[in-house]
Design a protein around this ligand. Structure first.
Ligand SMILES: Cc1ncc(COP(=O)(O)OP(=O)(O)O)c(N)n1
Ligand SMILES: Cc1ncsc1CCOP(=O)(O)O
Ligand SMILES: [Mg+2]
Length: 516
């Protein structure tokens, strides 16, 4: 029997929330959400509520001894990666919960706790009468709090409507990350605001407002979708983006249906660009608006994409690889003096003109403009400082690094010449801790791509290249697969062959040589 009780491949979430007998909100919403998002959900029911689509009649709090028994029976058998909290019915439950979270976090600090502070039922009526002073003990245990504007005001005992101010106040109360939901306001759009105290960064997402009354349990669904994506190890910004798309997709199921407060519909893992929010940042919402960047030349590659994209750190490497028929290449210089940078970049541009090769300069966008390079590649951090108008006006192409769906959507809004996604696999070239995408996430992000070419980068070698190429990316960018190869010219030819798209030709020479 013990064997049967053992482990699941799916991440485990504990939902500590109330049961809604009408099946819309609370535990019902959490179970449906976690199920379609590939998680297992254990539920510790804090109250058996009596409600329907019209009214809340009673909140029957569960005896704490039952919650303790449930905790005990689950703790070794189905330990949680993420705990999602909804309704806390009374002060005894709150005490039990705080003790439980403190104990769990002392044993396993990586457990994430998401709290959706439901005080009022959406059908009307109070679910919990806990005061902000009572809840103060819980807030330092919370990794992600998901209040709406009113709940954020109540918890902070403030009348401010400024999401920035409210989220800062909530983090001062001990919460690590906050998402304030703007869904209940009026207007054509719904804007949600996230703030991470660790990163000291805010994220803002906007979606068109979907008119429907089928939204009972939408708040619980949003919090449990966040819990599910966090359980799959997405970063806050990506979990936020995916959860907002999940909500949009669910609301669209019953778009236009009014007059009956129906249960929110949980559907599937979000994968359609139309359901994803727009990212609001200073960069993407510049005034005057940015023009689209010039396109790359891909005709030479038989419409099979850009092909192989070597990323190298000297003119010597450029001179060695360009004669091999490289279509696109990058000079990635680090730690050189101004004069050395100028020498390398000017020589590199000359060489690229000789070989008619699309040369991108990494980081140094001013020098790339000054010496007339074909394009410039910049990272997310560089986006803030780089003068994107100047790059576009000079006619340079632009490549932008992205790590996950949030950054991909943000960069895609800038209409660059290509988008890079990385690191696909662990790499020794650069510290990419916490940013490894894997092939599944690459495939998911590719579903959001428009007609802008996509480059995959990070840990791509000869063995892994065919699988990455088959995801449908337009280009494979590599550093060490070439520069650390025993025979860099042969490795280049092998990789070029993989990128030529002829998938039956994956019997390349250097792999055979290394296996024999
Ligand atoms: C094609 C390509 N993709 C990603 C990167 C990484 O750029 P960035 O994030 O700016 O990091 P550094 O390369 O500057 O360390 C790249 N260079 N090329
Ligand atoms: C620059 C960079 N950006 C994301 S991963 C990476 C390094 C790629 O190097 P390698 O191909 O050797 O893994
Ligand atoms: Mg850079």
């Amino acid at each position: 029997m013990n064997n049967l009780l053992s482990h699941t491949d799916k991440p485990i979430i504990w939902s500590i929330s109330g049961a809604d007998c009408s099946g819309g909100a609370g535990i019902a919403a959490d179970i449906k959400t976690a199920h379609v998002l590939g998680c297992e959900l254990c539920h510790l029911v804090t109250a058996n509520t009596v409600q329907n689509s019209q009214q809340l009649v009673a909140v029957n709090a569960t005896d704490v001894t039952i919650l303790q028994q449930q905790e005990q029976i689950l703790i070794t058998d189905k330990p949680p990666q993420v705990i999602k909290i909804g309704l806390i019915a009374n002060a005894e439950q709150l005490d039990w919960l705080v003790n439980l979270l403190v104990m769990l976090k002392s044993k396993k600090p990586e457990i994430m706790v998401v709290y959706d502070p439901v005080g009022q039922a959406s059908v009307g009526g109070g679910l919990s009468s806990l005061s902000p002073a009572q809840l103060a003990a819980l807030l330092p245990c919370i990794d992600l709090l998901t209040p709406n504007l009113e709940e954020a005001q109540q918890l902070t005992e403030s009348v401010s409507e400024d999401m920035t101010e409210l989220s800062r106040r909530l983090t001062q109360l001990g919460v690590k990350q906050v998402i304030i939901k703007g869904g209940h306001g009026g207007g054509e759009t719904s804007v949600d605001y996230a703030y991470s105290a660790n990163e000291q960064r805010a994220y803002q997402l906007v979606s068109p407002r979907i008119v429907t009354d089928y939204s009972h349990g939408g708040g619980c669904t949003f919090a449990s979708a966040l819990a599910s994506f966090l359980a799959h190890h997405y970063l806050l910004r990506d979990a936020f983006t995916l959860a907002k798309a999940f909500i949009q997709q669910g609301l669209k199921q019953h778009q236009g249906k009014l007059g009956y407060y129906g249960a929110f519909e949980q559907t599937q893992w979000p994968g359609k660009l139309a359901d994803f929010p727009r990212v609001i940042t200073e960069i993407s919402d510049q005034s005057p608006p940015l023009p689209a960047f010039n396109s790359l030349s891909i005709e030479r590659d038989n419409h099979q994409g850009l092909g192989l994209y070597p990323v190298v750190d000297s003119v010597e490497w450029l001179a060695r690889l360009m004669p091999l028929g490289i279509n696109i290449i990058q000079l990635r210089l680090k730690g050189l003096s101004e004069q050395a940078l100028r020498d390398e970049i000017s020589r590199a541009v000359e060489l690229s003109q000789q070989y008619d090769c699309q040369l991108f300069i990494n980081d140094y966008w001013q020098l790339a403009i000054e010496y007339g390079a074909y394009g410039v590649h910049i990272g997310q951090e560089d986006l803030i400082d780089a003068d994107l108008h100047a790059i576009a006006q000079a006619g340079l192409r632009l490549g932008v690094s992205t790590h996950g769906c949030y950054e991909f959507l943000l960069a895609q809004q800038l209409k660059p010449s290509y988008l890079a996604i990385g690191a696909i696999f662990p790499t020794t070239t650069k510290d990419m801790t916490g940013q490894i995408q894997g092939l599944n996430n690459l495939r998911q992000i590719l579903q959001l791509a428009t007609d802008i070419p996509v480059v995959a980068i990070g840990g791509i070698n000869l063995e892994r290249a065919p699988a990455v190429w088959q995801t449908g990316v337009d280009s494979l960018a590599v550093v060490t697969a070439i520069t650390h190869a025993e025979n860099p010219e042969q490795a280049t030819r092998d990789l070029q062959r993989i990128c030529s798209g002829k998938k039956d030709l994956y019997q390349f020479d250097s792999v055979k040589a290394s296996c024999s």
